[in-house]
Design a protein around this ligand. Structure first.
Ligand SMILES: Cc1cc2nc3c(=O)[nH]c(=O)nc-3n(C[C@H](O)[C@H](O)[C@H](O)COP(=O)(O)OP(=O)(O)OC[C@H]3O[C@@H](n4cnc5c(N)ncnc54)[C@H](O)[C@@H]3O)c2cc1C
Length: 423
């Protein structure tokens, strides 16, 4: 039976519901492939709007990135707004910004409406890992203010060190409307809400073939689903199921370490206000406390698709560089997962043919954006595609390199790693 990857999240999951395997042939309005935030969000909205929805998950709900991530609810995109303006113009960039604001609002609304117990907490620190990165902090403060977002504050070195127990950071941009949550409990809550709304969820049911057409057909090892619409929401785990999408995202592995519970006092000495913390390195650290006061330290990036055999020694030195005071802390969990990046680091949202919608490649910003992308797909299926069309305006290029694209990217990232090491 498929299990969640062993992690702090799996160990503290608050819902162990199982869903059956597909057994036979079904006809439905919409077939969603993938049981993470993107797929469940689309499924939930469509079921609430009266559509008949079937969702196929190859493993378990939340088995992919949605059940393993850092839980950090980020603001904006993995690209500065002025570069987005170059891609889609000022008006388009404003629409992208609005989508991002709505994405975070959607998490708030869902948690309240569906009573999802997922430790949702607000407050976010974007720290400067080098003195020269303070320029990024102040530029971002100004840029976000131009988009009307002023719940932010620039902190100097002394101020950031009062909030985060390390000498590694030289200042920060603090914001009120970023935050963090328990990612697996959030996705399990979405699945419960989707099921209550009428979505038929099947686990351990991998879509192995998709035939598009007026009555599209999705094959699995244990049955088929015929559908008017298909939504591909497999993100970094989709593989080559939809050839048009395959080379437009690159699967990337990231890793998280969880210490033992540290107690309230030590936890607050590490992150005083329980904010989410990231740093400005190209390959960034993402850091936060769990509800039971563990340090959850995420980072590294691996483009080979392989996971080191023992993840503890792989991640521990990275954490100790920032928090040497944790040298004696017991390490309870360390795990990895696969996210998807695009060539230009903007989410890839769109349509293949008349009736296959997709969204993926959130490039590290998917906790909030994926839920919103699922909702925009649901809106587009219902005929309201205004915001969906804005997102689909970015024409994503495939990663160059064909079969050697992974080694090429690995070399590219080595360059960024070296850049991070230089002051
Ligand atoms: C370690 C890690 C840390 C991260 N940290 C953050 C963070 O702090 N903040 C942030 O914003 N983002 C973060 N991310 C990214 C974020 O988790 C993702 O962007 C987001 O979860 C994407 O959701 P999704 O539903 O699109 O994809 P996923 O959650 O990956 O779900 C895809 C699902 O589709 C299923 N699937 C694939 N192919 C098929 C098929 N053929 N048939 C049936 N099912 C299929 C998979 O089994 C999987 O469960 C992180 C990711 C990782 C891995």
């Amino acid at each position: 039976m498929s299990q969640h990857t062993p992690s702090y999240y799996a160990a503290s999951a608050n819902d162990d519901s199982r869903h059956p395997k597909l057994d036979g042939d079904l006809q439905t309005d919409v077939c969603v492939i993938g049981g993470g935030y993107t797929g469940l969000s689309a499924a939930l909205h469509l079921a609430e709007a009266g559509f008949d929805v079937v969702l196929l998950e190859g493993e378990r709900i939340g088995w992919g990135a949605s059940g393993r991530n850092g839980g950090q609810i980020c603001t904006a995109y993995n690209k500065p707004m002025d570069e987005i303006e170059v891609l889609v113009g000022k008006e388009g960039a404003q629409a992208f910004w609005d989508v991002e604001v709505m994405a975070k609002q959607l998490i708030r609304e869902r948690v309240e409406k569906h009573n999802i117990d997922c430790d949702l907490t607000w407050g976010y620190l974007h720290t400067a890992a080098k003195p020269s990165h303070m320029r990024w902090v102040t530029d971002t403060f100004d840029e976000w203010a131009r988009y009307g977002y002023t719940d932010t504050e620039v902190l100097d070195k002394t101020e950031v060190q009062e909030r985060v127990g390390t000498e590694a950071y030289h200042g920060a941009l603090w914001e009120q409307n970023g935050g963090h949550l328990h990612p697996l409990n959030y996705v399990l809550g979405l699945a419960r809400a989707a099921k209550e709304a009428g979505v038929q969820i099947f686990e351990e049911t991998r879509a192995t073939d998709v035939q598009q057409g007026a009555n599209a057909k999705i094959s699995t090892p244990s049955g088929t689903v015929s559908a008017t619409y298909i939504i591909a929401a497999g993100n970094g785990y989709l593989g080559n199921l939809i050839p048009h999408l395959h080379h437009r995202v690159m699967p990337v592995k990231s890793f998280i370490l969880a210490t033992e519970p540290l107690g309230e006092e030590q936890a607050r000495s590490l992150i005083r206000d329980n904010d989410s913390v990231t740093d400005s390195n190209n390959i960034c650290n993402y850091i936060r406390l769990s509800a039971d006061n563990r340090m959850l330290f995420g980072g590294r990036a691996n483009y080979t698709g392989m996971e080191p055999k023992d993840l503890f020694p792989y991640m521990r030195p990275r954490m100790l560089r920032i928090f040497p005071q944790l040298a004696d802390a017991r390490l309870d969990y360390c795990w990895g997962g696969t996210l998807a990046i695009t060539l230009d680091r903007m989410p890839h949202v769109g349509k293949v043919g008349d009736n296959l919608f997709f969204a993926h490649g959130y490039s590290g910003h998917g906790v909030a954006l994926s839920g919103m992308a699922g909702k925009l797909i649901a809106d587009a299926v219902q005929g309201t595609a205004e915001k969906f069309d804005v997102m689909a305006r970015i024409k994503h290029q495939p990663f160059p390199g064909g079969p050697i694209r992974m080694p090429m990217l690995a070399i590219g990232m080595l360059y960024y790693k070296l850049k991070d090491m230089m002051s």
